[in-house]
Design a protein around this ligand. Structure first.
Ligand SMILES: [Fe+2]
Length: 505
């Protein structure tokens, strides 16, 4: 029976699917959890900074900023040390015809600078902001810094603002950016427009850029914890799944083991499954079949043994009949059987062919029971005697004709005296046309005849007989059979020594 085989067990398949699913779900949950935290943080900070920027803008009057712009050069000249309120940009609309302003207006502009410095610093403190709050005004070169809470930042510079700043100016609504990164860290910025009093073109806005590195650091720390929790969750779930799947497929594995035992023809191994589910039902059915088939096979084996014994007894009865006529023949048959079975093993005959060969060896001379006992004992044979002896193969085949279990043996008995070159009898068959079993019996029979003494001839030595086999290979005998016979001469010699009545020279 061909062995059942599979590349992957059901346990491996289920575990593979379950573990892969758990891994994907865990990874997805981890990612979604991190993404949700990040979005929530971004949204919260964005809203918060935007709100602060809008509140700050509501404290600022556009005319104050314009006044500061008007006196920016003078302020710069007088108070060079006050870098936070120095200006380089002159607002285009206010510059014409305003050069001879009065001193009190200049002082007023200075007062505005100081006022907003205080307001903006307080807003920073209240909202725990440690980054600058800047006020920009639109000039011919775009937005330029007018006022700032930081001494280190130069006013008048045209800083590179985010696109949301333009959106805030043109929509007149406070805007905030998403998270962005530059060489100084991670940021969120908000821009709030300052209501204009003179013209739609007098655009101003408040900028707050909030550094959120600390929040990002905390978020990454949280991500580490999320990964750790997911990993622990994965390992625990994987372990539990392994245990669950092992328990579930345990009965399937037992059933598979039982099937393998059955496959290897061990019908006496019971199926050890006690379960009330579908597998249990399958196991019960399998067990009933196993017992039933086991009993039938035992019966069949017994019947085969009996039949073989009956066959052998029939053959023994037939060979006994020959022995009564010629005692030499029975020993001859035993030795021929030994040589022939050695050849059969070397050329890898099937078990069935070997049984038929064994029967053929015992029965190949059965036709000799028709030969007169005196003729078998004659020292010198007349030509007519040879003709009589030659009839034994046809007579032997006739004797066993119609015996069903000897159907395949009949041809070997009939043709065991054929020659490979076609000069044998009774059919004059040639080469491969001679049945294989007959060709094997022919070599074994001839070798035994050569190495034993008969009333009409003397025996040859073992070496002489071997030479004779070699010499007649391809003429009398099948050369392939002779080749293996000669190759394994040591084994032949052992058989010869063990079974010869006569010694081997
Ligand atoms: Fe013979």
């Amino acid at each position: 029976m061909q062995a059942l085989s599979y590349k992957k067990s059901i346990k491996t398949k289920i575990l593979g699917i379950v573990l892969l699913s758990i891994f994907i779900i865990t990874a997805l949950l981890g990612y979604l959890s991190y993404d949700f935290s990040k979005r929530r943080l971004t949204s919260m900070l964005s809203e918060s900074i935007r709100g602060i920027a809008a509140t700050t803008a509501s404290f600022i009057k556009a005319e104050d900023i314009l006044l500061v712009l008007l006196y920016s050069d003078k302020i710069k000249e007088k108070y060079m040390s006050m870098s936070s309120v120095t200006f380089s940009h002159i607002y285009e609309k206010m510059e014409g015809g305003q050069k001879n302003v009065q001193e009190d207006r200049f002082n007023e502009a200075m007062g505005v600078c100081v006022k907003y410095k205080d307001i903006l610093t307080n807003i920073k403190k209240m909202n725990m902001i440690d980054t600058p709050i800047n006020i920009y005004a639109m000039g011919k070169n775009g937005l330029s810094l007018v006022l700032t809470t930081e001494n280190t930042i130069l006013t008048g510079a045209n800083y590179n603002l985010r696109p949301e700043s333009e959106k805030a100016i043109f929509t007149n609504l406070a805007q905030s950016t998403g998270i962005y990164t530059d060489k100084d860290g991670v940021w969120i910025s908000a821009y709030a427009p300052i209501p204009s009093v003179y013209s739609e073109k007098d655009k101003m806005l408040v900028e707050i850029s909030y550094k959120i590195d600390a929040y990002i650091y905390r978020l990454r720390k949280e991500l580490g914890i999320i990964i750790l929790v997911c990993l622990i969750g994965f390992l625990v779930t994987a372990f539990m799944s392994y245990k669950l799947v092992s328990a579930l497929v345990s009965d399937v594995q037992k059933l598979d083991k039982a099937a393998k035992e059955f496959e290897e023809e061990r019908y006496d191994v019971p199926v050890d499954i006690k379960s009330d589910d579908e597998i249990g039902h399958l196991a019960d059915t399998f067990e009933k079949l196993r017992v039933s088939i086991g009993e039938k096979i035992d019966e069949l084996k017994l019947a085969i043994v009996r039949e073989k014994r009956a066959h052998l007894e029939s053959i023994v009865a037939l060979t006994n009949a020959i022995e009564m006529r010629d005692p030499y023949t029975k020993e001859h048959l035993n030795r021929v059987e030994k040589y022939a079975l050695l050849i059969a093993r070397w050329i890898h005959l099937s078990k069935g062919e070997m049984i038929e060969l064994k029967y053929a060896c015992f029965l190949h001379d059965i036709g000799k029971i028709y030969i007169e006992a005196e003729l078998l004992k004659k020292v010198k044979l007349a030509p007519g005697d040879f003709e009589e002896i030659k009839k034994h193969s046809e007579r032997g085949a006739k004797i066993i004709e119609g015996i069903q279990f000897l159907e395949g043996v009949k041809d070997a008995v009939l043709h065991h005296q054929e020659r490979y070159d076609g000069k044998g009898y009774p059919g004059g068959l040639k080469g491969e046309g001679i049945p294989l079993l007959a060709r094997i019996v022919s070599v074994a029979d001839a070798f035994d005849s050569m190495t034993t003494t008969r009333p009409y001839k003397k025996k040859m030595s073992f070496e002489e007989a071997m030479d004779e086999i070699e010499r007649n290979a391809g003429t009398q005998f099948d050369p392939k059979i002779c080749e293996v016979f000669l190759r394994y001469r040591n084994s032949i010699e052992k058989i010869a020594k063990k079974h010869f009545i006569c010694s081997v020279d």
